[in-house]
Design a protein. Sequence first.
Length: 153
Amino acid sequence: MKFFTLMFTLLLMCSPVKAEISFDAKIKAEAEAENAALAKEAAMTKANREAFLQVAERLTAKANVEELGKLTDEQLLHFIQEVSVMSEVSSPKAYKADLNIRINGALLKQYMQENDMLEVVSAPQKILIVPIFSDMEYQDKVLWEDGNVWRTT
């Protein structure tokens, strides 16, 4: 029984895990206005935009993020899935808060795909090739052996 438990545990440890992109952003929002309600509204609007652009940076190139930054505040609200207030302080003319804003990832990806903004993973510009050469009787490849033409340079 212990053998099967051990094998099952090892099998689970060997299974591949796909890394997920986080669609959450932690934002510090603060604003001042004529009264606390206007200050809170201004801070939330600014925080929503900042969170949206932070998440978009994880998915696409800088030029596409700048294009997404041109969306209006009303358009951005469609992408906001959830806003959690971690802490907030309000005074008669100011508002400060620590927020956790979750963006609707499926909707954002769909929008970016429709507008050809999703980043395509490309090969790096500079590639270092390290050749391995063997002229010995030893069957495996060894880089630092005598007679390796790449060592002479």
